[in-house]
Design a protein. Structure first.
Length: 266
């Protein structure tokens, strides 16, 4: 049997082993708690939203610039080029419209000579519309711009400006200083009233006009008899013959110069 002293020694050894085991267990628990706290902090850091507080003004202005439309952030040189192209586009469109108007709609004409006195005078500037020429839409009394090139009795390059007297299909007769018209499908002549002529004006036909039969003539389907208002000096259908529709280049609308005489041409 063991003595009392031996039993006491064994008990002390077991107590020491028990204390050592408890210390190891406490250390392990402490390490586990620290690891758990670290993981929780990492999880918390990952889940926590990023918030920027009190950003510097420069950084805020940079972000605003990034949000501005592209044209507001373009360099000055690029803006200048962009604006220049816009102006160039507007000018080109304006030029094209002007060319279109001049070629197809309206034209400017200067009056030379006195053959249209007292309606028009030398030096007058008029505008003529050209739309009517596409439809052969001309009326008696219209003041028209005529191309007399290659007509017998006219050797100038300039256009003529005369008044429409006779229409297609009508018969024109000049007699006793007056103009008579027999309309298409009519048997009677009627004197033409010409209030635009100066008082006492007589209408006569030259020798060549008589020879060519222009003192009395029946017009074709596209022919117009035209004369100047100053019958004494005008070179017109009494000498040149009738004008075909394609020789009429416009109808005078308005006189724009001299400024004191601005108004409708009639």
């Amino acid at each position: 049997m063991k003595s009392a002293e031996e039993r006491n020694n064994e008990r002390d050894a077991l107590l020491k082993l028990s204390e050592q085991a408890n210390e190891l267990s406490e250390k392990r628990n402490a390490e586990m708690i620290e690891d758990t706290n670290v993981e929780e902090e990492e999880e918390t850091t990952e889940r926590r939203p990023t918030v920027f507080m009190d950003e510097p003004e420069e950084e805020q202005e940079d972000e605003k610039k990034d949000e501005l439309p592209s044209w507001e952030t373009k360099p000055d040189t690029e803006k200048a080029v962009f604006n220049g192209l816009g102006w160039l586009k507007s000018i080109c469109i304006g030029v094209l419209i002007g060319v279109f108007l001049v070629v197809f709609v309206i034209q400017r004409n200067n009056v030379y000579g006195s053959s249209m006195n007292p309606t028009l005078h030398e030096g007058d500037v008029i505008f003529a519309e050209k739309i009517s020429t596409y439809f052969d839409n001309f009326d008696r009394g219209d003041v028209v711009i005529l191309d007399g090139s290659n007509m017998e009795g006219y050797d100038h390059d300039e256009y003529l400006i005369k008044r429409v007297i006779g229409l297609p299909g009508e018969t024109i007769k000049i007699e006793n200083g007056k103009v008579f018209i027999k309309k298409k499908d009519s048997e009677l002549f009627a004197e033409l009233q010409e209030d635009y002529l100066a008082a006492g004006t007589l209408t006569t036909v030259s020798g060549s006009g008589w020879t060519n039969g222009y003192n009395e003539i029946t017009l074709g389907d596209d022919e117009y008899y035209c004369m100047g208002d100053n019958r004494m000096v005008s070179n017109d259908s009494r000498n040149l013959g009738p004008f075909s529709a394609d020789r009429i280049k416009g109808i005078a609308l308005i006189r724009v110069y001299p400024f004191s005489s601005i108004g409708k041409v009639s």
